[in-house]
Structures are given as structure tokens and as C-alpha cells.
Design a protein around this ligand. Sequence first.
Ligand code: 13P
Length: 281
Amino acid sequence: MVLALVTMKKLLDYAEEKNIAVGAFSVGNMEMVMGAVKAAEELGTPIILQIAEVRLKNSPLELMGPMMLAAAKNSSVDIAVHLDHGLKFETVRKALELGFTSVMFDGSLLPLEENIEQVHAVVAEAYKYGATVEAELGVVGGNEGEGKKHEILCTRPEDAVTFCRETGVDALAVAIGNAHGNYPVLPELRFDVLEQIHSAVDVPLVLHGGTGISDEQFRHSIKLGVRKINIATASFDRLALFAKQYCDGKEKANYFELSAAEVQGVYENVKRHIKVFSFID
Ligand code: 13P
């Protein structure tokens, strides 16, 4: 059997060749994994399954990691398993030891030199495992999890050049007015900045904070070099909504039906986003 667990680099190359972006879908339980994989298999498109370090208190890495890897290995489509927003070197190493094929180290709040130094060390470590590395430059707004909200600080194209050259990173998460969580209004993305970064560096670009960005904005950003798009909040919200709708008005909820409702909520959200990112109408 061909194992469908692949590196993120392979998927980024595929996206570049096809001029699309690969969806990176955050997961926090088995139903989320199942919903995301079901959508990808139905559309025959690769995806990235990811979990952020701040989520590990709810969904421990030792439990989620093996499940995400098993889902990828048993899938009929290519799937990369990725640590999102790694904050500690030891968490990155733990993910690599488990078999994650990609890791992000988020040193975006550090001064440039320190961010470079730490990402460089992560790249060296990941290399031993043949894994892909993503890093962030500039500050994506909002917050992942309940942490402090961050002000947006757009990536400076000239810093991106230095950063990619010095770290040897495989993918660069950019800050162009995007933010984690639900946007109060449609964000105004700085496509001018994205265009400058794209022409200055040749690594694939990553758009975080996908929830609430419009389909047109997604597709425009893909035309300007974005090859990976992260979706978290929308999947968590859909799961919670479908679970609530299932439970509402029921005198006695049934666990198995509740589980199926959760899968369905995530499946619908992931499917919708894959279609936008793959230009499937
Ligand atoms: P959203 O929660 O806004 O979809 O952002 C996802 C993300 O960027 C995860 O790193």
C-alpha cells in the first residue's frame, strides 16, 4: 500500500505547479480529523492536517499526533501532518519524533536576529527527519487560542529576503493585514505588500487567519504566491454549531449522532475551502 503521508514541501511544490493553494486545516479531535479527510478524499485533493502548540492543553500531542498520522497514512490522498505555531524547540522536536512531516516555529514576536537564529536551529533539526519548516515574519494579528491579542505588523519585504536566506526555511507565513479568529469586518489585505514579498523571495508563502477572508481575496492571494492557507476558527465554529443544532430540542442526545454531526460540520467547512483554494467551481 502506498502511504499517503507526505512532506509539506511535496504539497507546496504541487500547489506551485498547479497555481493553487493547499488548505491547512486545524484539528482538535477525531471528528475534526475525519471530517477534513473525508472532504479531501471526496474532492481528490491533498490537504495538510495541523495542530497548534496552544491547542495541546485541550488536545495532547501524544494523542492527537498518532491519530493525525494514522489518518494520513490510511488516506487515498496525499496529506502532510504539521505542527502549527510551534513555540518551544522541545515541542517541535517532539512532533518530529512522532513523525510529523512538517513543523512551524513561530518566532514572529522576537527581534529579527533572534527569530532567524531560532528558526535556523529548527531547520537544522527538521533536516534530520526530512521534514519541512515554516516560519513567520511580521505579526499576524489576533490570537491563536486564548492568549494575548497581537497588533498586526506587516512583513517587510527586505526583511523577508534576509530571513529566507539566513534560515533556509521552506515556507514563509506573511503578515499582510490578516489575523487569527473571526474578523469584525472583512479585512483589507495589503496585496501590494504580498506582491513585493512574492517578487523578493522564492519560497512559497503562507496565509494565516483564513477564517472570514473572502473567496475573492483567497484567490487573489493565491495568484500572488500564497501556496498554503490556514483555516482553524471556521472549523471549530462549524463543529460547535452543528453539535448545538443537533442537541437543541433533543430531550436526550445520542453520542453517536452527536459525533456524526461534528464530522459533518467540519467536512462542510473544509470542502468549501478546498474548492476555493483549488479553483473548483
Ligand atoms: P483562523 O483561526 O483565523 O482560521 O486562523 C487559522 C490559522 O492561521 C492557524 O494558524
